[in-house]
Design a protein around this ligand. Sequence first.
Ligand code: ZN
Length: 399
Amino acid sequence: MNLTPINFRQRRLAGAVFVCALGACSTVSDPQTQTAARTEALCVRDQVSIRTDFPVGGQHGCALREDGFALTVWPEAAVDARINPSPWYAFSVEGNEEAEVNITLDYGSHRHRYSPWIKSGDSDWRKMKDAQVDVRDEGRIAVLTVPASDHNQIIAGLPIVSVADTDVWTREIAEHHGLEVVEYGQSIEGRSLTALTAGPEDAGSVVIAMTRQHPPELNGAIAFEAFVEKVVARLGEPSFANTRFVFFPMLNPDGVENGYWRHNMGGVDLNRDWFSLKQPEIRTAEQLIQREAAGKDMLAFLDFHSTWSTLVYFHPFSTPNTDSTFPMALKAALDEAFEPSPDWISSHNDGKGTSKNWALQTFRTPGMTIELGDGASRSEAERVGEITADTLFEVFFTE
Ligand SMILES: [Zn+2]
């Protein structure tokens, strides 16, 4: 696994691109330009500042307290329904004062969900001690006690994995295992959308896996990466010779980089857009999947997420014209591996544009949304990914 934490001192740079195509010219802001407004400290008090101008920094307002700061924890603008309550926060505390500061997280009508992690300088991420976190007012307020020193510190809802970190993983795994990196589109802010492909283009079957439609759902990404690493380690074996694999490691780069709770820059939950295809991140992914799946049998369609506890959303095993052998085998394997066993929630709503519903209706493939618990350990998340890969091998690739 190589989920490298972000470089703390990384800063966005301003820039713009002058584009001419088919006789028309325009100035297109690059992703950095559109976030350049956040290059000032949110708050400064007694030589200690609060900043969010780094990749995956949260959406916060800031006020001064006598003994520190108060930060709002804001969701991004939402076009459709009320936003899913996944209040992400990520900010840095910088300064040279030795005294502690108290930081009040004000969730408004939402509630504290992610236990804070902290990273000082070049050290690894560690969980903040319980004694440093005081959750009040039924979760609507959390007061963090933070030692401020001359070492920079980032505090976030989970250890940060930025788009650049994921890109490093993508390029390394492609290089080590001979996978192809496909740039299949651009996000609204102009970030490259990247997938990995493996296996012969004219194979008879295809497997699709994806993650990070929802920015803070990091444990899902850990399971996804463990799944992919286990699969690609066996690609040279004869039983894989007739299968194509398409992996999407970062479906919502703009949401991730802007510290969003849920949506893309279009204010849309991407895992509701698979039928309407109004957002470029999903429209271009759908086009790639359609191209890759043409003439092939889709063996599996896996979408890795995180939620309150580890569980799987799936279709009823009795869904007509679908083969549920793989989902049933995966349920048995996860039941055996975990105590308590993960919930399996059977749901299918034709009108809801989730990836798994789209996979079922488009390819008759029983798509699965595999959710890791917010509090799952890294090893548990990796184990879910590995068990998913092992079960895939048993069902489809065992002679
Ligand atoms: Zn999700």
